[in-house]
Design a protein around this ligand. Structure first.
Ligand code: PA5
Length: 444
């Protein structure tokens, strides 16, 4: 089972804080459990791992099997919470090189998560000449980036298979009754999956939003949900026995003691998009009302050769949270070289995991001595079950953290500012006044 450990934390937080903070954590916990805090209408994810819609879950598996059978590629169109979780889990469990691997499951391409014409064109070319399906995902059904990308892929599908043929290859994951995507899907007869009303985008990876693409890539989604349910049971306990309490408490105390950046670190490149998922989860949940830790990420040991310098000796802004995924799938021993020109024969026969773990210990000691506090999250392995635990753990700790900061962890009002400007500058009807104003400012 996942665990949270503090590394030499006493030198950074000499006072015991647990007892004093416990009543506030309990209060935050009750708000999550009873949906009674700010944004309580978006806490459906709290009980989701045990209460999810079994019929929809079975349909996800059926459709995933159909896509595996009739498609060589699945294009997943979505942005933010409508893509990062699926990408994180697929990269982590199937490899960041999943699409390059020999396998009997379809390639999975992610589109609609930006506005780059080149990125879009590349995926359009990658699916040319192969059988493919599209899963368009948008809770609101109105987000510009995925809606624009979907136009291109829908056109490509209809050109290839005709309108009727394309119909059987488009899957829309959206609100159960509202939004442009839902209306379009109903009008066109596309199969739909539901983003529950009470689950916001960045907390939705364990709904159809994440589960359909994850299942298409061949991940055992039963095991993923089982892991999440195990962690949900742990988090139902209102005490420091719950790892999410320990994590939320220490990061809050570090924040209060003046730290402003949390670096989430991992020693496995396959975890890169889980880091991205975590950044969105914490950034959008906490970063408001002039509050919140800035969530950043590093991928060790690669970033020890770039960001490592700043972490060791730069401005003392941050603390680190290191996710340890445990033993690698493969045992690789360093080869012996008779000439020993690189002087590395002292490592000949040594397992790569052993070397990685010593690098990690060395880094923990160096960074701590350099004034950077370290938290360790010991995951329960790089498996679907272990990742299910980790996802729920981070979500629950995020909800607790938001309430400790006294912000609503389930809204994202700040995201609207760029959208309004972009719509105005693009000439969207209704934004005329703003357009003139912005253009004048741009010309200054
Ligand atoms: O967490 C959130 O709610 C957001 O980041 C959304 O996931 C993101 O903006 C995409 O929204 P939608 O799914 O409505 O297209």
């Amino acid at each position: 089972m996942l665990d949270v450990k503090l590394f030499h934390m006493k030198s950074f937080l000499p006072m015991p804080y647990e007892e004093a903070l416990a009543p506030r954590l309990k209060h935050a916990h009750e708000k999550l459990q009873n949906a009674s805090g700010a944004g309580g209408e978006f806490t459906g994810w709290v009980h989701l791992p045990r209460s999810y819609d079994r019929a929809e879950f079975a349909r996800i598996k059926q459709v995933a099997a159909k896509i595996q059978h009739d498609s060589q590629a699945l294009v997943v169109i979505g942005i933010g919470g409508s893509y990062l979780g699926a990408r994180g889990v697929i990269d982590c469990l199937c490899s960041p090189n999943y699409n390059l691997k020999k396998k009997d499951t379809p390639n999975v391409y992610f589109a609609g998560n930006g506005l780059s014409a080149d990125a879009l064109q590349e995926i359009l070319e990658l699916v040319e000449g192969v059988d493919f399906s599209v899963n368009v995902i948008s809770k609101s059904g109105t987000t510009t980036e995925p809606a624009v990308a979907f136009r291109f892929f829908r056109e490509a599908l209809e050109k290839k298979y005709g309108k009727e043929g394309a119909k059987g290859r488009i899957y829309a994951t959206t609100d159960k009754s509202r939004g442009a995507l839902k209306s379009l899907a109903d009008a066109e007869g596309w199969e739909t999956f539901v983003v529950p009303d009470d689950v916001g985008g960045r907390y939705s990876v364990l709904t159809a939003v994440g589960l359909l693409p994850i299942a298409v890539a061949g991940v055992d989604i039963d095991a993923l949900m089982r892991g999440a349910a195990q962690m949900m049971d742990r988090c139902a306990e209102a005490s420091y026995d719950c790892p999410a309490w320990r994590y939320a408490a220490i990061r809050y105390e570090l924040y209060r003691s003046g730290r402003s950046v949390e670096l989430l670190a991992c020693y496995d490149p396959a975890f890169r998009f889980m880091l991205e998922w975590w950044k969105q989860l914490y950034g959008e949940s906490e970063g408001k009302d002039d509050k919140g830790l800035f969530p950043a990420s590093v991928e060790f040991t690669a970033d020890l050769h770039s960001m490592g310098q700043y972490i060791q000796e730069g401005k003392r802004l941050m603390f680190e949270t290191v996710v340890r995924l445990g033993a690698s799938e493969h045992r690789l021993a360093v080869p012996r070289d008779e000439a020993d020109g690189d002087g590395l024969n002292f490592l000949a026969g040594t397992d790569m995991d052993f070397i990685r773990d010593r690098a990690m210990e060395g880094t923990l000691l160096a960074h701590t001595e350099g004034g950077v506090p370290n938290i360790i999250v010991e995951a329960d392995g790089k498996t679907a079950e272990g990742l299910g635990q980790l996802i729920y753990f981070f979500e629950y700790a995020c909800g607790l953290s938001g309430y400790l900061l006294d912000v609503n962890p389930f809204d994202q009002p700040g995201v609207e500012a760029y959208k309004k400007n972009m719509f105005a500058l693009l000439g969207k009807p209704g934004y005329e006044d703003r357009k003139a104003d912005l253009e004048a400012k741009l010309a200054e």
